[in-house]
Ligand binder design. Structure first.
Ligand code: EPU
Length: 337
């Protein structure tokens, strides 16, 4: 247990705040001990995974627990499919690469997403036409109330766009310990419908892509427009893409004829990056916070010295101006602590 411990290395924004207490756990028993300690001492608890989806706006007056449970195991289920289980502290992209090395398909479109396996179900991570719900089988969690293990199957997780039971009714009640995915060993479902992938594969001169090729294409696309948190602090998309009623979209289309939208029933998903860019934020910096020059949806710690509060206030200004121009209320995707 460490006291007054800087969380700067544990959040991809690189924000420097202190936790009153900090500990790192590698086993379930260590995790249980840490939680018991927090209960005995009436400390609030902050669980840290990869730190890639949080914004720390102030010092944390409790016990921060870094989850570092490691290990990957697998179980054959039939000729074409395998169940692969990764513990929560495994780095997501390393897990994807591990699966690709074994030629297991299903994760390739989710290459290079920052963060750890254990946080992937929290917000049903997704990119380039795939979400983890497409390959998710179950996850083991620790119930924080009674310290018992519990299994959540696909239907228990209530996955939605950047959403799950763990952000709703289960919020703050469980710690995810491991996640099991159903991957293919052959007859892979190659998904290249997402526009940018096709173009990227064409540029690579590939017509009949393997899962490894799709992964490479996704990596190229991400590297070309998303900032690397190791170089410039960020937490990926800061806001969710808003979904608005078709009627509202049609009204907006009258005024802004180029507004992009992806219809889904009587709702339309509008890219937040476009809305933010139209309000003049793309590449704009205030103090130490900025909207990324290549993808307006990503807020960056431009100087490395931004405080969480500064980044939060910057995001509020973006929300206000999008609301004023388009009448759409953006919702933050990043967890604000
Ligand atoms: N756009 C702009 N200006 C911008 C950025 C985007 O006009 O600065 C518009 C363009 O019309 C573009 C459209 O937005 O065609 C979509 O952009 P992009 O393909 O970059 O995807 P996104 O909707 O902005 C989402 C996810 C990303 C994920 C990509 C690819 C959310 C909140 N974000 O972004 O996820 O990588 O799709 O699938 O759904 C993350 O969650 O951290 C993340 C990076």
């Amino acid at each position: 247990m460490q006291e007054n411990f800087s969380l700067q290395p544990f959040n991809t924004f690189g924000v420097d705040v202190n936790a009153k207490y900090f500990t790192e756990v590698e086993t379930i028993d260590q995790l249980k001990d840490a939680i018991r300690y927090s209960k005995e001492h009436h400390l609030s608890v902050l669980f840290l995974g990869g730190g890639s989806n949080i914004l720390l706006t102030r010092d944390f007056d409790g016990l921060a627990i870094k989850l570092s449970l490691k290990g990957i195991s697998e179980e054959d289920i039939n000729e074409n499919e395998v169940l692969v289980t990764a513990k929560s502290g495994e780095n997501w992209h390393e897990f994807v690469l591990h699966s690709l090395e074994k030629n297991y398909g299903g994760l390739e479109n989710l290459s290079l997403i920052p963060g750890n396996v254990g946080t992937s179900p929290m917000q049903n991570i997704g990119a380039y036409g795939t979400e983890i719900k497409d390959i998710f089988v179950s996850c083991t969690v620790l119930d924080l109330e009674n310290l018992e293990l519990k299994t959540f199957n696909l239907k228990d997780c209530h996955f939605g766009y950047r959403d799950s039971v763990f952000k709703q009714e289960g919020k703050g009640k469980y710690v995810i310990l491991d996640v099991t995915f159903r991957l293919t060993k052959k007859n892979h479902h190659i998904k290249t419908e997402y526009g940018a992938i096709k173009t990227e594969l064409e540029n690579m001169g590939i017509t009949d892509p393997t899962i490894q090729d799709v992964s490479k294409a996704v990596i190229h696309i991400r590297q070309s427009k998303l900032p690397d948190p190791k170089e410039i602090g960020n937490a990926g998309s800061f806001f969710k893409n808003p979904t608005i009623p078709l009627t509202q979209f049609e009204d907006l289309k009258q005024k802004f004829e180029n507004i992009p939208g992806y219809p889904n029933g009587d709702m339309v998903k509008v890219p937040a990056g476009w809305l933010i860019e139209q309000c003049g934020w793309k590449g704009k910096q205030i103090g130490n916070a900025a909207s990324h020059k290549l993808q307006a949806l990503v807020i960056v710690n431009a100087t490395g010295k931004a405080t969480g509060k500064e980044i939060f206030d910057f995001s509020t200004e973006i929300i206000d101006s999008v609301k004023e121009k388009f009448g759409i209320e953006l919702e933050r995707e990043v967890n604000i602590i």
